[in-house]
Design a protein. Structure first.
Length: 248
């Protein structure tokens, strides 16, 4: 797969939380940067409902301080990957019209079964999933008109593992791409899905591992796997499966 042919000269990656850009597309972002493709990342929330790895941050850290810690982690990680620009959805230039900035927050999740997440049992009007797709997609459209990407990349309809924010982000990205007439590229939730084309990017393993190491509050990098804050182990791969998606 020729990345410039698929993504053009400027790729806009749309992700739900800090660390998603590296876990889901770190090798792809690094490959784009190496190929001369400008990479812009927009993150929808700051992962406010996430836990923290024991011993990395003080036990009595406030929610606001933890959020700021995660913001700094993301800033360091995208720097390692070679990201050209980073933005937060809901904050100019990723905010529609002349509206005041809006801070979309993490919607949280519960495990329905091993590897499959679903909505958490709480309501909060600030959550990403509480926002209409129309409003959030309009914010993303504003960013698209500012940075002029030649492709928009985000999750497929399954949202990686079903996290409500990932699923909502798919809808937002697909809608904005359609509204702005920009090709939408989906990341396969199942990397072996034959409907997607899988590419291996082994050359960028060290770069991605370095970027992942910046997320000390969220995961621990071992030689052949990652351990998430909740104790889940994930075999690490630099492969990614992509396809041109149907804009929503």
């Amino acid at each position: 797969m020729n990345l410039p042919d698929l993504l053009g000269e400027r790729a806009l990656f749309v992700h739900a939380h800090p660390d998603d850009e590296t876990l889901s597309t770190g090798a792809l972002i690094a490959a784009c940067s190496h190929s001369g493709i400008d990479t812009v990342v927009v993150t929808c929330t700051r992962g406010e409902r996430g836990e923290a790895v024991t011993g990395v941050v003080p036990a009595d850290i406030s929610a606001q301080e933890l959020t700021e810690f995660r913001e700094r982690e993301l800033e360091r990680a995208v720097g390692v990957l070679g990201v050209t620009q980073h933005h937060w959805l809901g904050q100019a230039p990723a905010r529609a019209g002349h509206l005041e900035d809006r801070r979309y927050t993490d919607s949280g999740m519960v495990w329905l079964e091993e590897g499959v997440a679903g909505p958490a049992d709480h309501e909060d009007p600030t959550m990403l999933t509480s926002a209409s797709v129309d409003e959030a997609a309009a914010d993303l459209s504003a960013l698209i008109r500012t940075v002029h990407p030649t492709s928009v990349i985000s999750y497929d309809h399954a949202g990686t593992y079903g996290h409500p924010d990932h699923v909502h982000t798919h809808l937002i990205a697909a809608r904005a791409a359609r509204d702005e007439g920009v090709p939408f590229v989906e990341i396969a939730s199942d990397p072996h899905d034959p409907a997607f084309e899988r590419i291996e990017l082994h050359a960028y393993l060290d770069v991605v591992l370095e970027a992942l190491s910046k997320y000390r509050s969220q995961l621990t990098v071992f030689p052949d796997y990652i351990e998430h804050v909740g104790g889940q182990r994930q075999d690490f791969s630099t492969g990614v499966a992509l396809r041109r998606g149907a804009a929503g």
